[in-house]
Ligand binder design. Structure first.
Ligand code: UTP
Length: 232
């Protein structure tokens, strides 16, 4: 990955980065960076997570005894609201239509927009949305902006001596990420379902610290940041 080749890029911005709580300054920083990438010719789809607000709604829905499907649908709406903030910050570069299908994603991308979206359907996370979209638009690059510096050999929130890894193969990644069924609000480095799709697509995934939005530019310019996962 370097400066020159123009790419179709999927960027997942974690809810932990811009929506836990909502961070107007950071959203504006992201919008500037996304515009820069667009001006350089890249085609971009941004998938935004639900964050703390979505988790609050899930927890309230849980206390009301609602079904998992209801919790997911409500969280999806929250992620789409977060997406609206990013899309509108992009002004004419963005679109007020937040796509709810991959067909709409393709239509908006072909219309020259930076596409911004949230969730797609119950039973998955926005990591998996990013993977589904990557496959449907034929992209080979996913940048995941999260609240950690990359992928660690152990959960850095639980183990202070966890070591950050610079490069991984998919088989290394499988060993680190534990499998588990979908639960509304589940959280991890990268959702196992998304990894399955990304591996099949032989996509390059770079997990970066999204609390520093400039990291997105560094990655696209081929600099070593975060952790990259590649098919070998
Ligand atoms: P995410 O878990 O993807 O966002 O969506 P997050 O909480 O912000 O996580 P990070 O920080 O981005 O990784 C929140 C919840 O919304 C529902 C799921 O319950 C998910 O846990 N959801 C999201 C869906 O059911 N379908 C979707 O397509 C997206």
């Amino acid at each position: 990955m370097g400066v020159e080749p123009v790419m179709r890029i999927v960027i997942k911005i974690g809810g932990s980065v811009i929506a836990s709580p909502l961070e107007p300054e950071r959203i504006l920083q992201y919008s500037n960076i996304l515009r820069t990438l667009k001006e350089e010719g890249h085609e971009i789809v941004v998938v935004v997570g639900g964050g703390k607000v979505a988790r609050e709604f899930i927890s309230i829905a849980d206390r009301m005894g609602l079904a998992d499907n209801d919790k997911d649908e409500i969280a999806i709406l929250v992620s789409r609201l977060n997406a609206q903030l990013v899309a509108r910050a992009l002004r004419e570069y963005g679109s007020k239509d937040i796509p709810s299908t991959t067909e709409e994603v393709k239509r908006l991308l072909n219309a020259g927009k930076i596409v911004v979206m949230g969730g797609l359907k119950p039973g998955i996370t926005t990591d998996t949305v990013a993977a589904i979209v990557l496959e449907s638009i034929g992209s080979k690059v996913l940048v995941k902006a999260t609240d950690q510096d990359g992928i660690y050999d152990m959960d850095p929130k639980k183990f202070p001596n966890a070591k950050k890894l610079d490069r991984l193969s998919y088989s290394d990644l499988h060993k680190i990420v534990t499998q588990g069924d979908h639960k509304p609000g589940m959280h991890g480095i990268l959702d196992p379902k998304s990894i399955q799709i990304l591996e099949m697509q032989k996509a390059k995934v770079v997990v970066i610290n999204g609390l520093k939005p400039d990291n997105i530019l560094l990655v696209i310019r081929g600099r070593k940041v975060g952790t990259s996962v590649e098919a070998r």
